[in-house]
Design a protein. Structure first.
Length: 206
């Protein structure tokens, strides 16, 4: 999604078509007709929405078991490029410290077979005060990496050009980048500060 998109919605394909017919998402399908039939009578969504039997009839003709067999029979082979990748063998993953996509996170480095008690957090200060409708994408963004962000500065320090920043979503396997991208959604507003974005007030210095 474009970083300047102010709102977006998840919907099933039929519902997308329904809103397209309506011409707006500000629409009450229960009360507002989609249009009129040839006799001038109002036509509502529920009157043209396909029944389960109708859907099963179409999918039964269109989707066959052979489609799945042909696709999944060789899915592990991957593309020619995938087959050409060098893959080390062994029971343990060999971390590449130079990778900006996958990094060995601190909690893996400190994990042991012995269960240790988690220390209590006390006298902690508020980092963020946000309103309603905050999603996981505000906290851990998946979109564009801004060239002025801490994550961008980190990538540049690793020799990554701006054109190769890619997205937070593609770099979710690197904690160094995701930690720098926390709350980096361009629509996040921290009520503790007047500036939009990943900014807070340091306590007690202000």
């Amino acid at each position: 999604m474009h970083p300047h998109t102010r709102a977006n919605y998840l919907a099933s394909p039929p519902l997308v078509v329904a809103y397209a017919l309506a011409g707006t998402v500000d629409f009450d399908f229960e009360k507002q007709p989609l249009g009129k039939d040839k006799n001038g009578k109002d036509v509502f969504l529920k009157e043209i929405w396909p029944s389960r039997d109708e859907i099963e009839k179409v999918t039964g003709k269109s989707i066959t078991s052979d489609m799945f067999k042909s696709t999944y029979s060789n899915i592990l082979k991957g593309s020619t490029m995938w087959q050409g990748l060098e893959a080390p063998t062994g029971n343990l993953y060999k971390w590449d410290e130079s990778s900006t996509y996958i990094h060995n996170p601190p909690f893996f480095q400190s994990t042991s077979a012995e269960i240790k008690a988690i220390p209590s957090i006390s006298s902690a200060h508020c980092l963020l005060n946000v309103g309603d409708s905050i999603t996981t994408d505000h906290i851990s963004p998946a979109g564009k990496i801004s060239k002025t962000s801490p994550a961008a500065r980190y990538l540049i320090s690793k020799g990554v050009a701006e054109k190769d920043f890619n997205s937070y979503g593609s770099r979710r396997g690197n904690d160094e980048i995701m930690a720098r991208g926390t709350f980096a959604n361009t629509r996040l507003i921290n009520k503790m500060v007047s500036k939009v974005g990943p900014t807070t007030v340091h306590i007690p210095s202000g």
